[in-house]
Design a protein around this ligand. Sequence first.
Ligand SMILES: Nc1ncnc2c1ncn2[C@@H]1O[C@H](COP(=O)(O)OP(=O)(O)OP(=O)(O)O)[C@@H](O)[C@H]1O
Length: 302
Amino acid sequence: MTHDTLTSRPADTVRKTLDAPGTPDAPDAPAAEPVLALHDVRITDRVTEREIVHGVTFELTPGKAVGIVGESGSGKTLTCRAALGILPPHFEITAGRIVLAGTDIATLAPRQWTDLRGATISAVFQDPASYLNPAIKVGAQIAEVIRVKQGLKRRAARRRAVELLTAVRLRDPELVYGQYPHELSGGMLQRVLIAAAIAVEPRALIADEATTALDVTVQAEILDLLDELRTRTGLALVVVSHDLAVVAQFCDEVLVMRQGEVVERGETRSVLHDPQHDYTRLLIAEHDSYGLDKFLAPEEAS
Ligand SMILES: Nc1ncnc2c1ncn2[C@@H]1O[C@H](COP(=O)(O)OP(=O)(O)OP(=O)(O)O)[C@@H](O)[C@H]1O
């Protein structure tokens, strides 16, 4: 077993990861236009009339990654779903603005949303199997996305789908193309979902606990893949994770959410080195002890 994976590192991992040299921005580079910007977004449950998300603000520029961390039920997923235009039926954005590639999403008709989703913004969630049709071979499902969104003919769509399965580093892409979802492992399914999510070359990708259900090695591989796409293609990432090590490694900026509120937000390095809010300190402390437990198990602990 290797300890050099994202969630099985010793205490203080978060800070050590931050100390690793990064790729600094060119000093005089002009600030890029955000692909996605949220301005004080509030989300209300219309059934209970309760406001669930109390004002989220962040900007995501090409090639950057913003992390959202926080306890279960703090509103991370609702925030992401709002940005994707897929809030559950009785939830509504009741204040603030979301601007996607320069367009205020409040002005979008359903048809325009269909064009933007996949092509401008895309997402990968935790449970890949539930997003695939169990009765259709996975390659055909990706090819269908390509045919519909890019208007490619059947043969060209197939070729492109195999290219994408190669790009997400599936070992035998031709074989995988012809397999059904139940024939693939969780890690392979998540790669297939990422292939589908990047099929139409979106500018932003939301990864909402996309690696949570995977074992640590596969998790690290998937995160590396997303990071590579980010550096190579300028894909902008929103990474929702309960794991601070993931955020420390991949995100330029982090938002810490608790009970629908952003309690702390800033450059990842400074938030994790010098947390200002008690809740952020608690998350870091919990992470460190969790990391230590994992480091000791199983060989050293026995
Ligand atoms: N489809 C839904 N129907 C009813 N309530 C919902 C729905 N989705 C979310 N909620 C409620 O909204 C609140 C925020 O949920 P959300 O899924 O955004 O939290 P989260 O931070 O992503 O949590 P987790 O880490 O568990 O995914 C929670 O109280 C949740 O119960």
